[in-house]
Design a protein around this ligand. Structure first.
Ligand code: TNX
Length: 508
């Protein structure tokens, strides 16, 4: 019914000459309120519709202004409209402290759109929803002929979890700041609010540390990385620029330097960081679990403190990830000794430490534990980020046939495998109230460029984003696969590579 009305409207506005010429391609039809990814908490369609026009404007003031500017900037290229941001306008963004945290309310009426939230981050969540309610052509970089219809009704939305993360490994293969920004642009559309950057591992060191300059001079040089194909590193200025770019999109960066294992690159640069003082050879293979800092040497703690101090100073966010995984070359007692000294260093420099689940063995009071190894039970009374390798690791192959790229040590993960689990019930030994959120890590042993990143991340990243954002009551694979299928053309338009899973009804 609504579709028919829409089609009639677009005919009415056609120039007269069109009557004698072949029918033009119909204007793209409006989306539905039920198409949003991740699924909103409460949706009430009204049946009316709003049209963004040349005369539209965006109303905002105070702290809502930057979000309004972001919205205007995303809508201008395809619409060609001026969309001034001013005190009045038919699309109004308003801060209202009666709404908590990241929640927002979106009211789409016939004549106006009202987006209300308690914080700029909440408004931005509403803006991401609004973008998805417009026809897919809204993402074009040049002016498109379309009726910019937004379906009417109301959305009351809030996140299930405070932490909805994505991780990118810059160590196994360095990804340039532009590639990381491209990834930020895509993940921010799905209300991901943390980006965890894995900055050092056996094959490379990717962040400038002034007090240990050989780290990047040696282990960030060309020829480092898996197969020697991933050299490069972030200067402090480049890192700060990335942090700002992410923050402008309401994403907080969490830097990780992995210790006491995964340190071969540091030891190639500084042999004194090994127990015997002998430089190991540079590694470009994908083995894990062979390197370790020396818990009995004081220089180990000077190194850890210098790195943590410099990382903390260049990171405005509250968290520092200190790794701690797969330290198979570190005797257990040494591991505990090391972590008990190093975790408090994050605190000393004002940060909350996060560590992979192995740190649970070191009584990490006040730290956050990241669950990854689906074959090991986790017992902890600390907050937990859930990222089981068998469901949340974006670097697992979709199936054995998927083209080069990805690993399969944790099995293969089709889109429905990534979607069909409950982060609130995944860990039998951790009470649901300790679940801080979910994360989708992407390790880069097999990645080379943005196309590789995107092929493994999409659509699975969206499955993890929905597990983190949407209430469990909305969880529904059938609905998810339809919504993802309808989103496909948007990725195609943006030039974002994605896996065309046979399980998804692609809308193109
Ligand atoms: C395990 S999971 C690792 C990484 C690898 C990844 C490859 C975890 C905390 N460590 O070192 O890159 O598998 O999938």
């Amino acid at each position: 019914m609504r579709l028919a009305t829409l089609a009639a409207t677009s005919l009415l506005v056609l120039p007269l000459a069109a009557c004698t010429e072949p029918a033009p391609t119909p204007a793209p039809l409006a989306r539905s309120l039920a198409s949003v990814l991740p699924a909103p908490a409460r949706v009430t369609p009204s049946g009316v519709r709003f049209e963004l026009t040349e005369a539209s404007g965006i109303a905002a003031e105070g702290d809502a202004l930057p979000v309004a500017e972001l919205l205007a900037a995303t809508l201008r290229p395809a619409t060609g409209f001026r969309l001034p941001v001013a005190a009045t306008g038919d699309v109004a963004l308003r801060l209202d402290t009666s709404i908590a945290g990241e929640a927002y309310r979106l009211d789409v009426g016939e004549d106006r759109v009202d987006l209300t939230a308690g914080t700029p981050a909440g408004l931005n969540n509403g803006v991401q929803t609004l973008r998805q309610l417009l026809p897919a052509a809204i993402d074009a970089g040049t002016v498109q002929q379309a009726a910019w219809i937004i379906p009417g009704g109301r959305i009351d939305d809030e996140p299930r979890y405070a932490y909805r993360g994505a991780m990118l490994d810059l160590a196994r293969h360095f990804h340039t700041p532009d590639e990381v920004k491209r990834y930020i642009d895509q993940i921010s559309r799905f209300k991901i609010n943390y980006l965890h950057l894995h900055l050092a591992d056996d094959q490379g060191w990717r962040i400038q540390i002034d007090s240990w300059p050989e780290l990047t001079a040696v282990s960030g040089a060309p020829g480092t990385g898996v197969d020697g194909a991933g050299g490069g590193y972030l200067t402090k200025a480049a890192y700060r620029d990335l942090v700002t770019y992410a923050a402008d999109r309401y994403i907080t960066v969490i830097p990780e330097v992995d210790m006491p294992g995964h340190v071969n690159a540091a030891q190639v640069a500084y042999p004194e960081l090994t127990c015997d003082g002998v430089a190991p050879r540079q590694r470009t293979d994908t083995a894990v679990g062979y390197s370790s800092l020396c818990a009995g040497k004081e220089i180990t703690y000077r190194f850890a403190e210098d790195v943590i101090r410099e990382l903390a100073a260049m990171t405005p966010g509250p968290y520092l990830h200190i790794g701690g995984d797969e330290a198979r070359a570190t005797p257990h007692a040494d591991y505990v000794t090391f972590q008990k000294r190093v975790m408090p260093l994050a605190r000393k420099y004002g940060k909350i430490p996060i560590g992979w689940q192995e740190i649970a063995a070191a009584e990490p009071e006040g730290a956050i534990v990241q669950y990854w190894n689906h074959t090991e039970p986790l017992t902890t009374n600390q907050r937990v980020i859930v990222s089981p390798a068998s469901q949340a690791y974006l670097d697992m192959q979709y199936d054995r046939q998927t083209p080069a790229g990805g690993m399969n040590w944790a099995g293969t993960t089709e889109v429905d495998d990534a979607y069909d689990w409950n982060p609130g019930a995944r860990l039998k030994t951790v009470p649901p109230e300790l679940i801080f959120g979910v994360e989708a890590p992407l390790w880069s042993e097999t990645l080379r460029d943005s196309a590789d990143i995107e092929f493994l991340a999409f659509p699975r990243l969206v499955a993890i984003a929905e597990l983190g954002w949407s209430p469990w009551s909305t969880h529904d694979w059938e609905s998810f696969r339809q919504r993802i299928g309808a989103y496909g053309p948007q990725w195609t338009r943006l030039g974002v590579r994605f896996y065309e899973s046979p399980k998804i009804p692609w809308g193109h």
